[in-house]
Design a protein around this ligand. Structure first.
Ligand code: 13P
Ligand code: SF4
Length: 330
């Protein structure tokens, strides 16, 4: 929660708040000293979102990384996001607060298996979701995110043969929306597939007027019930613009923070997951590895740094740039 808000609510400053304030001040000082920018995904902890220079979905973050003039990019997200920033900015330092912040979806497409898979489908255009490694990006023709996947597939000639990887749920959704027959890689996000459609039905019984909004990484049975499907930015926009006042939000719980700030008068209910975790919601364990303390340490030491071998980077840049060119608002 916003630190000033907490001080106002309590009416006094606790030692813990004082410590957090000092940490935030020190991060701001280091950012200035090192000409650094902090980019954060909506799934980051609230205190990280509150100090970020830019918060966004995967597309917004890639676009922001492409245009920054900072010397150092601190990517408060997961490894593939830092890699994308490095692919776009080979001369800048890209650091992530915790090198262990990976992604189950990116891990579901190992390079050797993917390369062998591609050999079965010659003459196919390879469209890969940005949630993949730099090596997979280098093997792809076009990168997409959940914001632009439908638009990118739709922009290709109707008879073009397409492989869509690595997320099978997003792939099925795009195939349905575009009416295309896509060859799908069988990968998934361990966080979104755990959103339970059985528990969702119970929740919908409790909140009969709530609209169900879902991220396309969710399983088909969840998407089939959704009133709206979109990327994290699209979900945020939907709760802002839709006239309803109650929403069940089927994606990682971090997005609720921005939603609450945008529409404090609306009721936002995180979708329940099958996993028995503390929040009884959907939490990405990789995104949540990042903390303010780790951001501070990464700014002090300018580490851990992301590196991408030049040959891989050069090939991956082509597919990332194709996405950025195709995502310019018309
Ligand atoms: P978007 O940022 O495109 O909404 O995707 C969500 C996600 O899973 C990021 O890892
Ligand atoms: Fe990867 Fe899923 Fe976490 Fe996003 S939410 S970073 S896709 S594991």
């Amino acid at each position: 929660m916003d630190i000033l808000k907490q001080v106002k609510e309590k009416g006094f400053v606790t030692a813990e708040l004082e410590k957090e304030k000092n940490l935030i001040d020190e991060i701001a000082r280091l950012k200035k000293e090192k000409n650094a920018i902090i980019l954060a995904h909506y799934y980051q902890q609230e205190d990280i979102q509150d100090i970020a220079d830019y918060i966004g979905d995967s597309l917004g973050l890639a676009q922001e990384a492409a245009k920054t003039t900072a010397d150092v990019i601190v990517f408060a997200g997961v490894h593939f996001m830092g890699e994308t920033a490095k692919i776009l900015n080979p001369t800048k330092k890209v650091i992530i607060p915790d090198l262990n912040a990976g992604c189950s979806l990116a891990d579901s497409a190992p390079t050797d298996k993917f390369e062998a898979f591609l050999k079965n489908y010659p003459n196919h255009t390879v469209i890969s979701y940005i949630n993949c490694s730099a090596e997979i990006k280098a093997l792809s023709d076009i990168i997409c995110t959940s914001s632009n996947a439908v638009k990118i597939v739709d922009s290709l000639p109707k008879d073009e043969k397409i492989i869509f990887a690595p997320d099978i749920n997003l792939g099925r959704y795009v195939a349905k929306k575009t009416g295309r027959d896509l060859v799908l890689w069988d990968g998934a996000c361990e966080v979104h597939v755990e959103i339970s459609s059985a528990k969702l039905k119970l929740l919908q019984g409790k909140y009969p007027n709530a609209k169900l909004i879902a991220h396309p990484e969710c399983q088909q049975e969840v998407l089939d019930e959704a009133d709206f499907i979109g990327s994290t930015t699209a979900l945020l926009k939907f709760v802002e613009e839709d006239e309803s006042t109650e929403f069940i939000v089927a994606t990682e719980v971090g997005i609720i923070h921005k939603m609450k700030q945008a529409v404090p008068h609306k009721t936002l209910i995180p979708a329940p997951a099958n996993t028995n975790n503390t929040c009884a919601c959907s939490e990405c364990p990789y995104m949540k590895l990042n903390t303010l303390e780790k951001i501070h340490a990464s700014l002090v030491h300018l580490q851990p740094e992301i590196f991408v071998p030049e040959e891989t980077r050069f090939k991956a840049l082509k597919s990332v740039n194709r996405m950025l060119e195709m995502s310019i608002p018309s």
